[in-house]
Design a protein. Sequence first.
Length: 201
Amino acid sequence: MYNSYSALNLLGEMLYTVILLVVAYFVLKIVANWKIFEKAGQPGWASIVPFYSNYIEFNLYWGNGWLFLIPVVLSLLSGIPLLLVVALIIGAITNYKKAVAFGEGIGFTIGLCLLNPVFNIILAFGHYEYHGIPQDGYSYSQLKTKYEEKKAEQQNNPSTVQYQTPETPKEPSQNVQYQTPNAPAEVKTPPTQQNQKQDNG
């Protein structure tokens, strides 16, 4: 009886500790994101609104907030392993863009990917300043500009593909009978047979 009571007591304490850690994690995440949003010139309350906070993050780091829908949709389709991997890659790239937006590099990105709450707190309360949307060639506006330039170039310079004119139609075969569409069937004898008839007659 004593052993089962102490085991339940231990289990209850472990559960209490886990709940306390989860609450602490979310409180720290909210505080850190609030401060990061304020550093980037956004309202801090936006960090606690679901989906809107993702929209603001993608707007700050990618240049277009609506791109947040891509990882959301990919996560919803996470039954397909490849799509889940793509969503994780987009998350890692977003962390990279976040680090670059605050003047940091790949080392800080690895920290954001592996220890996100800790590095968000460092980012929020450290000396880091928001420099703007990273112009690394992969921001939304740069990708859109590249696409429009490529499209205009293709319209101005037709492709250099060379086309071959089709072959001239061959003369009809002498051994086949032809009929015009919707015309009564008429038997045409090949010229070789007509010549043979004339020779025999």
